[in-house]
Write a protein that binds this ligand. Sequence first.
Ligand SMILES: [Zn+2]
Length: 177
Amino acid sequence: MSNTYTQIKINEFFTLKEFVAEEDLKAVLSNPFILSNIIELADILERLRKKIGKPLIITSGYRNPEKNKKVGGADKSAHLLGKACDWTLEWELHERENITRNIVDFFRNNDYIVGEFICYFKNYQGKWLPSRFHFATPFYADGIKHKVFLVSIEKTKKYKPFLSDPFLALQQLIGLI
Ligand SMILES: [Zn+2]
């Protein structure tokens, strides 16, 4: 089991292992709803990965309820359904404008796939830099698609919604303008 597990590819860039911990594998593989959510999520991230041209490092994918509680996730967190993941990437300072633009453009221009998109920022030598991203595929409540762009300052977890132009808001936050 273990050997196969590490090799299961969801698509060109992502393996199942990146989204599901080994201890959860059995439960996820026997739950078609969660499994298909993870595949959908990974496919969107594959498209983003191609656009950015850099590896996306998944830091948290599917969470079982116990793990979700431990990391302080919301009671109804999309992570519990395999509909959300947190990721980061390694970048040089001079790349940040381009990469940030690509990320925001991707989510802004793909209306139909946008669910929740949160950037967590960390203060780095006097500048706010994106440190982590959270992306969730759309979920529906009463037939209404939730479409949310949010930014967050690390630690406070106080969300500030993008009011007009998310890229402008991002640029302001990271101190480019
Ligand atoms: Zn998350």
